[in-house]
Ligand binder design. Structure first.
Ligand code: SF4
Length: 218
């Protein structure tokens, strides 16, 4: 895929995005979301439907918006607040441990350093990048399963896993698109280019897309 084609892809997706539902973690970031709230919401969102993430985030932030407030809750209380998010008990434990570590070692502030973020249990590259981009507005490319799948389908990358996709994108994606690519492709993946049976017949990217690996479509 040539450079002018990726410019066209982004321009098209930005236009289409206006008609799609905004991803839950993005809404948290847009509504005065601190890096801490982006971090917690992103942890809740892993393997969880967006509607569930949105409601679970609202419930937990109604009780605790900072690490100092979160450490006053028990793991059971956190579990109850984020239920039925996927792996809610494990995530509740991670949220409790992570919040205590922030209070004890970082004066309650989330570090704006991807390597430090990766040291927290439960925080992978996707979450760390999202905290950097949505939480701090700093450069990063958050590659989740949607970004990985769609970049490969388009033929923009040819990679085997999200970490490899992130490495390739860091080399070839124009920097002005780094922060927005996750938001655009998550919304596109949830609303149009679905994991199974994407809507290729009425896709605005059909002329550019190589449909790599697409076996069945609508
Ligand atoms: Fe996805 Fe199909 Fe559109 Fe390609 S043409 S971006 S596979 S929906």
């Amino acid at each position: 895929m040539k450079l002018d084609e990726i410019h066209a892809v982004i321009a098209t997706l930005r236009e289409e995005y206006k008609g799609w539902q905004t991803p839950a973690v993005t809404i948290v970031a847009q509504c005065n979301g601190s890096p801490y709230k982006v971090l917690i919401s992103c942890l809740i969102s892993l393997r969880t439907k967006d509607e569930v993430t949105a409601l679970a985030s609202a419930r937990i932030f109604a009780r605790a918006q900072t690490p100092e407030e979160m450490v006053t809750l028990t793991v059971d209380e956190i579990s109850h607040l984020i239920y039925p998010a996927g792996f809610y008990r494990t995530k509740a434990g991670q949220i409790a441990v992570l919040s205590l570590k922030l209070v004890e070692h970082y004066h309650g502030a989330v570090p704006d350093d991807i390597d430090k973020l990766l040291q927290f249990k439960g925080v992978g590259r996707k979450t760390a990048n999202l905290v950097m981009t949505l939480g701090f507005g700093k450069p990063g490319i958050c590659v989740d399963i949607h970004v990985h799948r769609i970049c490969n389908r388009l033929g923009y990358v040819s990679t085997k896993n999200p970490d490899e996709t992130e490495r390739v994108l860091r080399n070839q994606l124009p920097p002005e698109y780094w922060i927005m690519i996750n938001d655009l492709l998550v919304a596109f993946g949830q609303n149009h280019c679905h994991p199974v049976s994407p809507r290729c017949s009425n896709c605005k990217l059909a002329d550019i897309c190589n449909k790599v690996g697409v076996k069945a479509s609508r």
